[in-house]
Design a protein around this ligand. Sequence first.
Ligand code: ZN
Length: 130
Amino acid sequence: MAERVPIREGTFQEGPDGGVLLANKCTSCGQLFFPKAKLCLACLHEDLDEAPLGRKGTLYSYTIAHMPSSFFPPPHAMGYVDLPEGLRVFAPLKIVDDKPFDVGMEMEVVIEKIWEFEGKELMGYVFKPV
Ligand SMILES: [Zn+2]
């Protein structure tokens, strides 16, 4: 089995129920950041704690690309998902034939292989319709 490598260390965590995205939260003002920030962009405090996010959100906007890219065969989709914590996450979207994208629909994060590189499976997060 190929080695599995996260596209970026500390961005998500796999668990028995699937995966969660990992944000960080300012210990002073409580502002959340995803991707994680090195310091709080709201109050400049430098102390932030890791904060797992909820697995489900709602689709804010999306686009489906029909041009081939270096890594993704067409069609592939990208979009913004609003999470209950108040974060809007930009992410690849999984196209599910019998669940066409619809703004406001419920989406769920899944951790899966994004592409293969030098014999390794690069793992990342995508949102799919629930
Ligand atoms: Zn802060």
